[in-house]
Design a binder for this molecule. Structure first.
Ligand SMILES: [Ca+2]
Length: 359
């Protein structure tokens, strides 16, 4: 009888331990480092992803670079976040983009930006300036090395150890590979928040915003067979993966500088996109989590993505579909087609965010 009780206890103990093993909290492995390339200071989700990175990656985050418009301002914003989070040693690099300019120049450089959006929105960095004061913000220093050069150096130093997480247009990464083609082979994986948008029948209706903002760069990246690419498309970010009212209350309760920055940033962004509540979609935080822990991936499929310029197309019109062709079932790109336990992932992100700003 004693033996039977012993084996019953042993059986249930194993069952309990194994269910713990399946909890997707494990980070890939400790030999892996991460690099975030971001257009922070625009949509709020980049700020969320950077804050979350301080919580889930810590010092395995070895570089942050910025792109799109005002890359220096975006780099300074990232610097402040990392400093307050206690990571003064993680370097930040301003990348390629346009410094403050006219809407005409902006639209010439980024022709697929919808003209009805007007000038790009710059109020997000205000949330940082409110805490620091504009003068202190202006005086902030970030690394002088251009982002693409810094990325290439890091890859040479850590071959096949760096996962690059692209949360904005692919300008810096394409530039790095153009200057040093062997970098494509040295990147352990390139996780891209982008891809395309599908309708309910699975037809591709347009490329993702990050994909078309610098279409030439995206085209170089997607056609490079040396790159090991993970695509996280906007289709994956369902209503299960949004910030909840309760999450926003918890964020608002944090009186720390980072808490104030995040609360203001979320509020500004919700106003800008016309959301009455603060239930923002967690695009970039999901990309960060999936890129740093494969256990969040439920299904993948191989794809090939072909991009080509089409005059008159932009993200908000029907011509956008002309910019992209996707071949499913074959190809060198790994498209993440299903997320594992989205509710659990949402909670992990929200908890991580609250923890990251309690500093
Ligand atoms: Ca972004």
């Amino acid at each position: 009888m004693k033996h039977i009780i012993f084996f019953v206890i042993l059986f249930f103990s194993c069952l309990f331990l194994c269910s713990g093993c399946n909890t997707p909290n494990r980070i890939e492995n400790h030999e892996t480092f991460y690099w975030i390339d971001t257009d922070i200071g625009f949509d709020s989700d980049d700020l969320m992803a950077l804050l979350l990175a301080t919580e889930v990656l810590g010092e395995r985050l070895i570089g942050v670079s910025t792109n799109l418009y005002d890359p220096l301002e975006k780099a300074k914003m990232s610097r402040v976040i990392l400093d307050y989070a206690g990571f003064k040693n993680i370097p930040v690099y301003a990348g390629s983009g346009l410094e403050k300019t006219s809407i005409k120049k902006f639209q010439d450089k980024y022709p697929y930006w919808p003209p009805q959006f007007g000038a790009p929105y710059s109020l997000q960095a205000q949330s940082v300036k409110n805490i620091l004061g504009s003068l202190n913000f202006e005086k902030l220093k970030v690394s002088q090395t251009p982002a693409h050069e810094a990325l290439n150096l890091a890859l040479k130093k850590n071959p096949n150890k760096i996962v690059v997480i692209a949360l904005g247009p692919l300008t810096n990464i394409a530039k790095a590979i153009e200057e040093s083609p062997q970098s494509a082979k040295l990147i352990k994986r390139l996780a891209i928040m982008g891809g395309w948008k599908e309708d309910q029948k699975g037809n591709i209706v347009r490329p993702g915003y990050n994909t078309i903002m610098d279409l030439t760069a995206s085209s170089k990246i997607f056609s490079n067979n040396d790159l090991k690419i993970d695509l996280i498309t906007t289709n994956l970010i369902t209503n299960d993966l949004r910030l909840s009212d309760e999450d926003f209350v918890k964020i608002s309760e944090q009186d720390s500088p980072l808490g104030k920055i995040l609360k203001t940033d979320i509020s500004n962004w919700a106003i800008e996109i016309g959301l009455k509540d603060k239930k923002l979609w967690l695009y970039d935080p999901v990309a960060l989590m999936v890129a740093s822990n494969n256990e969040w991936i439920k299904e993948t499929e191989p794809v090939d993505v072909e991009l080509k310029h089409y005059a008159g197309a932009h993200m908000k019109n029907k011509l956008a579909a002309k910019l992209i062709k996707v071949k499913k079932g074959t190809g060198h790109i790994r498209n993440i087609s299903k997320i594992n336990k989205p509710h659990q992932l949402q909670k992990r992100i929200a908890d991580g965010l609250v923890k990251s700003i309690a500093k």
